[in-house]
Ligand binder design. Structure first.
Ligand SMILES: [Zn+2]
Length: 281
């Protein structure tokens, strides 16, 4: 497999999960899953959404979305496109906060069940069903494009970023939220060592490319983005697979500590997920 970031074919295995190797490129350090996912995969959400943890996607994300609004949307207006909008809870939250309707809201999603839910249950009408590459949006139409936990799922992110460059206004912003592999791999190894919850740490069948701030920055630069800024947002207010309040307190305390380290190190040390704002200028 050729490295997405630098094109090298030299790599080594750094982790194995559920029989699937995770490789690290020896040329640039990019870490990726060897699982072959179908192009334009649309099976992330099940047909029956009653088994999905809706609180995880809605209530637990609320604080993060509010902070995002304050940071990027509150003082502006325009058109927002959420690519990989899933069930639509981010757009619904923005719609609720944006009382004066300063923003026009759009979404794109490949899962039929998720789009049906967003349309029928959240009354989100501007959702495109299908890969963003096929969406009929005008050039430079959007002022803000968001990718919440989508980039790591894409086998071919360069193709998606090319489309984003086309439909993003020259003064607009792209926002990306994606896991930070430096932390994820450390956590996965620690769990394996301690023999706790060793499955699904790195989500090998879903997370095809695992980014660090270094590889993400390079990918964005090569895709046509010139200004790239990493920011911090509060974590999801739930601990996956647990309802423990204590674990949530630990999670939030860890965030406050790591946010402090992030600012004291002028953004060089980041223990959190990657949240990046990129623009063409
Ligand atoms: Zn590489």
């Amino acid at each position: 497999m050729l490295c997405l970031i630098c094109g090298s074919d030299k790599n080594k295995t750094v982790f194995n999960e559920e029989g699937v190797d995770i490789k690290k490129c020896l040329g640039c350090g990019h870490i990726f899953s060897t699982y072959i996912q179908e192009d334009f995969y649309n099976g992330y959400y099940p047909n029956d959404l009653s088994s999905v943890d809706h609180n995880w996607w809605q209530g637990a994300h609320k604080l993060m979305y509010e902070k995002f609004w304050n940071r990027l949307m509150k003082k502006n207006s325009g058109s927002l496109l959420d690519i990989g909008c899933g069930l639509g809870y981010f757009l619904e939250e923005i719609s609720e906060i944006d009382k004066n309707k300063k923003w026009l809201l759009f979404g794109a999603e490949t899962s039929i069940s998720a789009v049906t839910f967003a349309r029928n249950n959240l009354s989100l009408n501007n959702i495109f069903l299908g890969p963003i590459e096929n969406a009929p949006y005008s050039e430079k139409y959007f002022d803000l494009i968001t990718l919440w936990d989508l980039l790591e799922h894409l086998e071919n992110p360069r193709r998606t970023l090319k489309k984003i460059i086309e439909i993003l206004n020259d003064d607009g912003y792209l926002f990306i939220a994606t896991p930070n592999i430096n932390i994820q791999l450390f956590k996965a190894r620690l769990k394996k060592l301690l023999n706790i919850g060793t499955n699904h740490c790195l989500e090998v069948r879903d997370h095809l490319h695992n980014y660090s701030s270094h590889s993400l920055k390079r990918l964005l630069k090569e895709s046509g983005f010139h200004t790239i800024e990493f920011i911090q947002l509060p974590p999801i207010q739930a601990v996956s697979g647990s309802s423990s309040k204590v674990l949530l307190i630990i999670k939030n305390s860890w965030f406050e500590f790591s946010r402090l380290v992030f600012y004291l190190s002028f953004g060089h040390i980041n223990f959190n997920n990657l949240y990046v704002i990129a623009s063409k200028k």
